[in-house]
Design a protein around this ligand. Structure first.
Ligand SMILES: O=C(O)CCC(=O)c1ccccc1C(=O)O
Ligand SMILES: [Mg+2]
Length: 368
């Protein structure tokens, strides 16, 4: 791929409103923006989606930075590659650290598509011209959650995902269901329950939810299978799916009926596509999960979600859902509930350098 440099910036931006889950509240988002440059000066971008602290996965911005600097970039320097898939294979010699790997691998995909002058969507076999858009409601307050839902429905979002916990489930969801009888609603529990809560979770069956995401522990497959056999509502796994092997295990055990794929969490686009292909063969619907991300990762999500197995609206919302001003131009926008898949080369969005510089905390540059 004729790489000449990899540059990385840690950026930080406050969210427009605090994002509440039962695990904690996110006020400010740090991310790593990776730029891969080739000998002709073409550049591709990726985004590292680890958080500042290890509340959602074990990785953090700090561990991603360390693994990229000490291990992944030196591997790329030593081993010239001709395709992003080669990087994915090369990174197999490093255990886990999926988010660090993804950040670089995604930048290589964008660069590769730009070198070939094709959109990333079409390069990977994407077919859709527009993606149905869903959005997440993550408020501590029931009245505010209802207000936000009404606002997002008004804006045209096709599916609402509500963060729940035992402190805030049936009552909130039934109020939303009563207000919006036909709205596709799903709930995300982020592991707020145990198998002792089976009756509580069964009570949600009557609400006609699209699915319930990750009710039990982040690393559990067996108990999710036991729970799924007792619920009519489909379980979707998010935290549990960090690799292709995780998806196979979940399918074999019956731990879920739906899978959420996050390219930034499973080691990159090569891995995400492999999970997609497997799920498609097995008849398991997939959707693209969000990570409160900036525009670079949003753009990669749009390309991924244009693949034919993505049959359920994902967490692909507009840049303005979280940010006063995103780091890409144009920003991601939702029109009548749809996001247009760009046709221009690569991810199809430019980096807004002024905004990137404004939000940068630190940078590193590697010359090949
Ligand atoms: O970015 C979005 O739109 C989805 C937000 C979301 O639910 C989420 C955000 C950060 C980390 C984990 C999750 C999750 O899906 O569990
Ligand atoms: Mg989730």
């Amino acid at each position: 791929m004729n790489l000449t440099a990899i540059n990385a910036n840690i950026i930080s931006m406050p969210l427009k409103q605090p994002f509440h889950t039962h695990l904690g509240t996110v006020y400010e988002r740090e991310s790593i923006i990776v730029e891969a440059v080739d000998k002709d000066g073409i550049n591709g971008f990726g985004e590292g989606v680890a958080f500042s602290s290890p509340w959602y996965t074990e990785e953090t911005v700090g561990t991603s930075w360390h693994v990229m600097e000490e291990f992944l970039i030196p591997l790329l320097k030593k081993n010239p590659i001709s395709h992003p898939k080669d990087a994915s294979i090369l990174f197999g010699s490093i255990r886990r650290n999926h988010m660090a790997k993804s950040a670089i691998e995604l930048a290589l995909w964008d660069l590769y598509a730009k070198q070939k002058q094709v959109s990333l969507s079409r390069l990977i076999g994407g077919e859709a011209d527009k993606i149905p858009s869903g959005v997440v409601v993550a408020s501590k307050d029931e009245a505010e959650a209802l207000e936000q839902t009404a606002m997002y429905v008004e804006e045209g979002y096709q599916r609402i995902k509500v963060k729940i916990s035992p402190a805030n489930d049936y009552r909130l969801l039934s109020r939303i269901r009563n207000a919006f009888p036909d709205l596709p609603i799903m709930a995300d529990a982020n592991s707020a329950y145990t198998l002792n809560d089976v009756d509580r979770l069964k009570s949600l069956d009557e609400l006609g939810l699209l699915m319930i995401e990750q009710p039990l522990a982040h690393n559990d497959f067996l108990e999710h299978a036991k729970l799924q056999s007792k619920l009519t509502t489909a379980i979707c796994l998010d935290e549990s799916i960090n690799s292709y092997e995780d998806a196979v295990l979940a399918a074999e055990l019956g731990s879920c009926r739906i899978i959420s794929i996050k390219a930034g969490k499973v080691g990159g686009l090569t891995k995400a596509i492999r999970i997609h292909d497997f799920c498609r063969d097995r008849g398991i619907p997939v959707w693209c999960g969000g990570m409160i991300e900036f525009g670079v990762s949003r753009a990669h999500n749009i390309a991924l979600a244009s693949l034919p197995g993505f049959t359920i609206p994902g967490d692909i919302s507009s840049s303005s859902r979280f940010w006063e001003e995103d780091i890409i131009t144009p920003e991601v926008s939702v029109e009548n509930g749809w996001v247009t898949v760009p046709k221009s080369p690569g991810i199809g969005f430019e980096v807004n350098w002024r905004r990137l510089e404004q939000t940068t905390l630190s940078s590193m540059a590697f010359h090949f």
